[in-house]
Design a protein around this ligand. Structure first.
Ligand code: LP5
Ligand code: MN
Length: 269
């Protein structure tokens, strides 16, 4: 008779296997994190800076984590431009030995397996827990932490629904572009009326996340407010690191020799 392993045990093994894929030693090689590049042909400076970063410092890293909003807008892998320079640049990095991980943001939640495969990258669900120097570290885009922004959270729930996504992806590219344009316009109007605090993370949501994931650090983007925050949760000192966007300059978090460093990257030259 074959005995089924108890559920908790099989979950445990899956969890261990997942952790193993994401176990890093920052003394061996740096681990890099970026987010919110909002790549768009209309802003070639960010694209150029990314290309330099991928062909330069990223090659010395063991892993590059891209925590959402790599693209300004993504309406489906089938609409990827034939001359897209991003996937080949990521693939070249992956091919020389840096593992590339890709997480969805609120602009590119429709990035799919076809893009990931072309980029030599692995798509990650969020939030995810990785291990760096034997410390648990949580990663997510950051939009889910903005719980005071109820209009956005309703929009998020809709567009993250698999049925909605299937319906949207079945539309023509022209129809999808039009809907994306309308959503951007509406979002811009709404944001102009929202208080800054509403568009930042909610402290209680942050506390809950630290508790649920049981992590020493949480790394995210989305708010475009780069910072390293210290906070205490359940009597334990923790750190929340917010990556910046790539509008006026780039933003890269490097973990090396146990040190966490948030640097700006020049977009010129
Ligand atoms: O992106 P950012 O940082 O500027 O603003 C976000 C929130 N806005 C969004 C909306 C996206 O920008 C829309 C573009 C998605 C790209 C293409 C995807 C595929 C198409 C989807 C088509 C429906 O994420 C903003 C937050 C802000 O961050 C800070 O956290 O406040 O949230 C909003 O502004 C949401 C609005 O308040 C409510 C929803 C508006 C959209 C309504 C849909 C209309 C579609 C019409 C189609 C016929
Ligand atoms: Mn975002």
């Amino acid at each position: 008779m074959v005995m089924e392993p108890p559920l908790a045990c099989s979950r445990g093994w899956r969890h261990l296997a997942e952790m193993h894929r994401h176990t890093h030693d920052s003394h061996a090689a740096p681990i890099l994190f970026i987010a919110d590049l909002h790549l768009d042909p209309a802003r070639p400076a960010a694209l150029h800076a990314l290309a330099g970063f991928l062909a330069g410092p990223a090659r010395k890293a063991s892993a590059l984590y891209i925590l959402g909003d790599l693209f300004e807008a993504w309406i489906g892998d089938d609409a990827r431009p034939a001359d897209d320079p991003v996937a080949p640049a990521l693939r070249a990095l992956a091919d020389q030995g840096t593992r590339v991980f890709l997480m969805h943001g609120n602009r590119d939640f429709l990035l799919g397996r076809a893009f990931a495969q072309a980029a030599g990258a692995e798509l990650l669900d969020e939030p995810v827990v990785i291990s760096i120097d034997n410390e648990r570290v949580g990663l997510e885009h950051g939009d889910a932490l903005c719980t005071d922004d109820t209009a956005y959270q309703a929009f998020r729930a809709q567009v993250r629904d698999p049925d909605w996504q299937r319906g949207f992806l079945a539309l023509s590219v022209a129809e999808r572009l039009e809907q994306a344009r309308a959503a951007r316009a509406r979002s811009g109007e709404d944001m102009a009326t929202k208080a800054e605090a509403i568009m930042d993370v909610n402290p209680a949501a942050v506390t809950t996340r630290f508790r649920d994931l049981d992590v020493a650090r949480l790394i995210h983007g989305h708010t475009h407010r780069p910072a390293m925050h210290s906070l205490t949760v359940d009597g334990v000192e923790r750190q929340r690191i917010v990556l910046g966007d790539w509008f006026d300059q780039g933003s890269v978090l490097t973990v090396s020799d146990r040190e966490y460093r948030l640097d700006q990257v020049s977009l010129s030259g």
